[in-house]
Design a protein around this ligand. Sequence first.
Ligand SMILES: *[C@@H]1O[C@H](CO)[C@@H](O)[C@H](O)[C@H]1NC(C)=O
Ligand SMILES: *[C@@H]1O[C@H](CO)[C@@H](O)[C@H](O)[C@H]1NC(C)=O
Length: 814
Amino acid sequence: MEIDRYRLLLCVVFTMCLMKCALGFEPVDNYLLDCGSTKNTSVGKRVFIAETSDHGFLSNPDQEFVKSADSVRILAPYGSELYTTARIVNTTSNYTFSINQHGRHFVRLYFFPFGLDSGTRNLSSARFSVFAQGFTLLKDFQPYFSPVVKEYSLNVSSDKLVITFVPSGKSFAFLNAIEVVSQPDELIPPTAKTVEVPGNHHSLMTQALETVARVNMGNQTVSPENDTLYRLWNADGPFIKHNSYIRFVSNLSAVNYTQGGPTRDIAPPSVYGTVTKLDTSSNPGLLLNNTWSFNVDPGFSYLVRFHVCDIIERPPSELLLNIYLNSLLVVKDLNLGEQMSNIWGAPYFLDAVTRASGNRLLNVSVGTSITNGNYPESILNGLEIMKISDSKGNLDEDETSRSTKKVWVIAASVGGASLVVVLLGCLFFIISRRNRRKLSQECLSSNGNKDLDESNIFSRSKIGYRFPLIAIQEATDKFSESLVIGVGGFGKVYKGKLFGDTIVAVKRGTPQSRQGLAEFKTEIEMLSQLRHRHLVSLIGYCDECNEMIIIYEYMANGTLKEHLYGSDLPKLSWRQRLEICIGSARGLDYLHTSSSKAIIHRDVKSANILLDENFMAKVADFGLSKDGPGLNQTHVSTAVKGSFGYLDPEYMSRQQLTVKSDVYSFGVVMYEILSGKPVIDPSRGRGMVNLVEWVKECREKGELEKVFDPFLAGKMNMESLKKFLEITDKCLAEEGVDRPTMYDVAHNLEGALALHPEGTEVKTPQMDTISETNHAENGVSSTLFSEASVGDLEGVSMSRVFSEMVKGEKPEMR
Ligand SMILES: *[C@@H]1O[C@H](CO)[C@@H](O)[C@H](O)[C@H]1NC(C)=O
Ligand SMILES: *[C@@H]1O[C@H](CO)[C@@H](O)[C@H](O)[C@H]1NC(C)=O
């Protein structure tokens, strides 16, 4: 009888196990809130509940909800929809969740300071701290200009989880979405082996964890949708310290979860089924490690989990792995076969706790010991790095080391190309340090440059995106002429591929004058401080061997100019034109208002507005001078700079440079957009050479259609056009004081866009086919930083100093 009951119980347990395996983990607590949203939002298989009315989660009814402008497109690796609304928290407030099952919970906080419809708030100026369960999750946090998910694991042993948002000083907090979700108990063990001293770390149960990195080897991103616990696994490529024996292998069907081994909740098949391996079979006898580098905060301990699974078909051999953290041995001669009872494809994981002391980098290395006759081979399938709360319950450090940390915030959070490139920057920075010796020898032989280390113009500077020349040579096929996508006063622009898949634009300066070097330096300094969705971003630079190379994000659709005239590219719709106007106006507004001193672009023109693969506009060629020598006030007022045809008349006559000069130039760009014609064209004949004068004249005569882009005829909403012209008139006012701010321009343009509802135009069929192939293959047509237009009058920059900082002037935001 006893035995039978026992059997039955076993049977039930077994069935439940089977069901659980089939269904995946079902979290008991599962709160998914889309803050500030008026309707529920489905993200894949999950639904985030609208959180505008009071659901009893937030203590403080002093609430405010905001929504991003409709034109804003947000690209996040998961749940882009969640970032379009937010809840603003003005005073200390608690989110309270009742907990039905004690134990570890994931807390995921979504942040993105999007552009707002109504300009009452600038979300990017938010600054706040977040506390939960006595832990400091975030301290004086300032969200970055890209979508971020901060993920924590908290062990909750009470019936409530309270998450407190505290605005810093007079600032405020905001939140786009939040998840509080139960974790399987098996996920975090109570103890883990320590690396620095032999022994174990015992207090994991009571400590909070923050996910710092979760990467999938084999260079494949795994979306939360493909993970039973909705975790994002970033591709490992950007973290790899490159060597030529790295191979990515994928063999998902080989993964064989076995009894007693890790389950799918530990890591999904798409993690165990791909591997980054070291394969030196072409050079047996060579002993190497595979190494990945990650940023960490000194003073904290980290729980590191290595996922290993032998999915590579090979002659039966022993795979003996040596795993290191920052050159300290974690395990020697790990025999996977032995660990997993010789079941091929059985997953395995190993935890270790390490302390980051003094070092901002955590290097993870996997190597092997040569075994009888087998060639050296090592593998790793996945890696998780979790920061452990310190003795005071902190997971975030204070102010002092924040500047370097910012880069990491984005790095840790999400994938996505632009994020990947930032990581690449960090990575290459590391490599460049290491390779300095080797490279300097190469320079010696090629250039006769003896003082390489002195030639680093940023030595000891905070700017961390320094790439070694060798990486750039590799990316551009040794500056192959076939990859040139633009030529200008500065030099040539190449299309390059970093790491085999990240496409970048590489601007290489010609051998320098002193002046060139100063400009190069200021451009990099400026660019590294300015980050905005509508500004072309800096990926890195290289100053080795007297080179002046700047690496930018690649803009697949080239310049706005070439989409308006002078090329065979498909025409842009009115909607696209308005969206491009709004985007570039936002970018300029950011330049004008984001720092304490206004930055004036000085060369706003259609050739300096670039379009990415989604035709999102980004302003380029900005950024110089921060109190730089030779760029003082006198200098500004004596030399007229900018491009002919776009110049502010007030500036030309009085040499008074203000942000309103950019507003004027932008008005000219708006005419270009409307007419699809160059700003200056001597071939047009009397009275029509200068577009601005021509349009004015036509409007006076009521013959505006004469200057319209014929492509737009009948495809514009007239009210929208009227509004557009109103804004243009204001921008082109003779006196700077009468011109609106770029903020107002962007805002009013959004009004013009709203008057032109979607679907009011026929989409040109070719639109969708504008693609990489069109441009990338035929590189020359897709000139990036198209200073190639030197031939056209209006493209001539009177100076390569495009923008200038004007002391003490900051336009008011309304
Ligand atoms: C999940 O993985 C499968 C197989 O690798 C892939 O085809 C699918 O696109 C993935 N789904 C998501 C949402 O990434
Ligand atoms: C691998 O890395 C460790 C730690 O940095 C080092 O001690 C070891 O010598 C390396 N092995 C090889 C073969 O380079």
